[in-house]
Design a protein around this ligand. Structure first.
Ligand code: HPA
Length: 280
């Protein structure tokens, strides 16, 4: 399975990374999942799972954030072959944008035709409480960066970044599992400072329902490769100023951990439904 010319042109480093990984994989993965802060345990529930530390994958940067394991785990869920990035890197860790999206491009290079992005986020939409799950239907990229900018840029349509059919599959999965799933717009900011209350009011005015420091760059990189993208946020806290409480990463991790069961149930059912979707 050589890296396609198109992918090698996007980032020539993918060829070496794929070469290092593919012989270790039990199967070619069909669905990729990026597990955000505190959500990495999902990878452990895959059947026949093989885990490869990020440190043994050339060019894949290692996460420094607590709650991000730093493994690529490949295994099966029912009949679907799944590759999970357990942990990701962020712009705020000082990485270049091409490094931030290297992991999701690697998932595509390994064979994934749909990628589900998960994250921890602050809730802005009324009614969201810590532990709520939110299907991302659109985003605001407020990072000031774009992974497809550069000498070989192309203009890419962003009307449906988050795949409509994957969204429907997530809604059905929520009904089947009895997990309540809000929907809305995710605002992706640079971080690492959390927002001020004034910024949260601004984000609400701009149409944001949740705010975080990841996902948008990965979604753009995937969309540019015509890969189906789905995203779910685990609301770990009310965004700054809404409750008046101070925000901490520890609280974010704890809340993500508390939501683990509903999150995993939803994700399992969602992935199973994707296996029966026609190719996009
Ligand atoms: N803001 C930004 N990122 C986050 C938040 C937040 O409130 N919660 C979890 N990640």
């Amino acid at each position: 399975m050589p890296v396609s010319e198109a992918l090698a042109a996007v980032d020539p480093r993918l060829t070496e990374a794929v070469r290092a990984v593919r012989t270790l994989l039990p199967r070619v993965p069909q669905v990729g999942i990026v597990l955000g802060s505190g959500l990495g345990a999902f990878g452990e529930s895959l059947e026949g799972a093989v885990s490869i530390p990020f440190s043994s994958i050339p060019h894949l940067p290692r996460p420094t954030v607590a709650g991000h394991a730093g493994n690529l785990t490949v295994g099966s869920l029912a009949t679907v072959s799944v590759a999970c990035l357990r942990g990701r890197v962020h712009l705020y860790e000082g990485h270049a944008v091409r490094d931030v999206v290297f992991g999701v491009r690697l998932l595509v290079a390994l064979g994934c035709r749909a990628v589900l992005l998960t994250n921890a986020a602050g809730g802005i939409q009324k009614g969201l409480a810590p532990g709520s799950l939110l299907l991302v239907t659109d985003h605001l990229n407020l990072t000031g960066q774009n992974p497809i900018a550069g000498p070989s840029y192309r203009f890419v349509d962003m009307t449906h970044v988050y795949d409509v059919e994957l969204g429907d599959a997530a809604r059905q999965a929520a009904r089947t599992t009895g997990v309540s799933l809000a929907e809305g717009v995710y605002a992706g900011l640079l971080g690492p400072s959390y927002e001020t209350p004034a910024e949260v009011r601004m984000l609400r005015t701009l149409g944001a329902d949740a705010v975080g420091m990841s996902t948008v760059l990965e979604a753009i990189a995937l969309r540019a490769l015509s890969v189906r993208v789905g995203a779910v946020s685990c609301i770990t806290n009310l965004a700054a100023g809404i409750s008046g409480a101070a925000l901490s990463h520890h609280e974010v991790e704890q809340a993500a951990n508390a939501a683990k069961h509903s999150f995993e149930a939803l994700l399992r059912e969602w992935v199973t439904r994707i296996s029966v979707m026609p190719e996009g």
